[in-house]
Design a protein around this ligand. Sequence first.
Ligand SMILES: [Zn+2]
Length: 225
Amino acid sequence: MPRAVRYSGWLLLFGAGVFLCGTGMSVDVLSGLPFGLFLLIVLFAAAAISHLVVFTLPRWLRERRKDGSRCPHCGYTVPATGTQLCPECGATTTERERRPTTAASDEFKLWLTKAAFVCFCALPVAGVLTGAEFLTTWYFGRRAFRNYEAVTFSAVPSSHLNDGWVIPAYTGARVPGGWLYEDSEVLGIRPAIFRPTRWTPWPNAADLFYHEDERGRGRVFYYLD
Ligand SMILES: [Zn+2]
């Protein structure tokens, strides 16, 4: 297996793990289900089975066919002991090279350990990113609500109306860190909601908003489609 293939597999597994964790954490906020963890386990099992079928099993079968008295390259019969030159393909092999080894299962065990480690790391990485985005949303949302009187609201682009918070009567304004929306039917009272510019790898897992109630108490929340 070429190294590039091996490492791209790792990256894919890691990225998917991070993404699924993010999805799960968003779901967790509302439903309490360990959804991301469940998906990560499913992904890990799928990756392990794929690795077993594609790489480990063929190698293990090759090893099993070895019996010491055959050339491992072409299968031609050679004397079982000592270093031998194969009369068929010309390969020189030692007695040890012609004997079956546990290399295939050893490699699989090592791969499993590495994969489990990557999955394990994906959880805190996703957690830190989710927490950091929560804080930036809080910071920019609070700031936007404080400075909203200096903002000019206008009709928002139609691309804003395709997701969770679909309220066509809202008008919006670009502010630092995202967009601030105002209910255009009740003008001039308070901004309604702040939607941050997303920077984590899972913007589509759940919409993220900042909101303040009548008493000015802020809260960041996820909105699932
Ligand atoms: Zn041979």
